[in-house]
Design a protein around this ligand. Structure first.
Ligand SMILES: [Zn+2]
Length: 309
């Protein structure tokens, strides 16, 4: 059985010329393609598979959408309804409680609007961030005219998501967002609302946890990890009902982004299953022994799933 992971799905965003996304046309084409190659399974069938009541179907497929994006309520949800399909929607709860964008999306927004080279120039100019720029590299020399935006984009993401301490990164992001854009307005267009989520849930979509603030869980101490997991599940259960939220997906999701402690914390929080990012099918072995880190394919591994600018 395949689980497919999606993020941004939209028509080209007018204010973000450098943003990568899956076009809404290609999303529809990919659903048509999967209809030919696989079989969309019903949510109660998925539940039977997870509970080992029936075998894992080789040709089964489920769809997952991370991050609580407005794209998902505005475009994906109606498209799934039209086709009689359903999906998992994994929601970082700070989109309801926080004042601005999550750090991960501030980074996406800035890169999408201004491009990697321009953002790297800004980072080089900041005295607190400067020590975390990995020298020597062509990106960190102020005199260099960046030709390759994609390479600069990768470097920006690496430094801000993994290298700089979160408090340094967040202080810089707050400063730069204030300088360059109206974050409150952007937030309204970026995420779905509680009301959107309630409607989606009522129509058969499955809502799952995705932490509060979208950190790399594996970088946190045990108490911080516990807070991210327990608080996010409590928030969603408070909105949708105690028994309604039993799944989770790890932010970023690859092996190093979570630990054995993460899995134990999920178990303690009565999370029944969880998704990681690993490009392979879910097997019977995963259902028996790996239910809290089920593998998930990225949509770009299949026809029509390539991201565009
Ligand atoms: Zn995410």
């Amino acid at each position: 059985m395949k689980a497919i992971m999606y993020h941004y799905i939209c028509p080209p965003p007018v204010d973000r010329p450098y943003a990568t996304h899956l076009s809404s046309d290609n999303f529809c084409k990919q659903l048509d393609y999967f209809k030919q190659t696989d079989r969309f399974i019903a949510s109660d069938e998925f539940d039977d598979i997870i509970n080992s009541r029936i075998p894992v179907p080789d040709d089964g497929i489920v769809l997952t959408f991370d991050d609580g994006l407005k794209d998902h309520s505005q475009f994906v949800f109606p498209e799934l309804l039209k086709r009689g399909l359903w999906g998992f929607f994994f929601v970082p709860t700070a989109i309801f409680t926080g004042s601005g964008l999550l750090a991960v999306h501030r980074i996406h927004y800035l890169l999408g609007r201004y491009g990697g080279s321009a953002i790297m120039e800004k980072m080089i100019g900041d005295e607190y961030l400067a020590p975390f720029l990995e020298k020597p590299s062509k990106f960190y020399q102020t005199t260099y005219r960046y030709q390759d935006n994609d390479e600069a984009t990768v470097a920006v993401k690496r430094i801000l998501n993994y290298v700089a301490p979160p408090f340094v990164r967040d202080a810089w992001l707050t400063k730069i967002m204030l300088e360059l854009c109206d974050e409150n307005q952007i937030k309204k267009d970026y995420y779905f609302t509680k009301e959107d989520m309630i409607s989606m849930h009522a129509a058969g979509m499955i809502i799952g946890g995705h932490t509060v603030a979208h950190p790399v869980l594996g970088n946190l101490c045990l108490d911080e990890q516990r807070r991210e997991i327990e608080d996010s599940l409590a928030c969603l259960r408070g909105i949708l009902g105690e028994k309604s939220v039993e799944s989770f997906s790890f932010p970023y999701g690859r092996k190093a982004t979570y630990t054995d402690e993460t899995l134990q914390l999920l178990k303690d929080a009565e999370c029944r299953y969880s998704f990681a990012v690993e490009h392979r099918n879910i097997t019977a072995e995963d259902i028996s022994n790996n239910i809290l880190a089920l593998p998930r394919w990225d949509c770009n591994q299949f026809s029509y799933g390539q991201l565009v600018k």
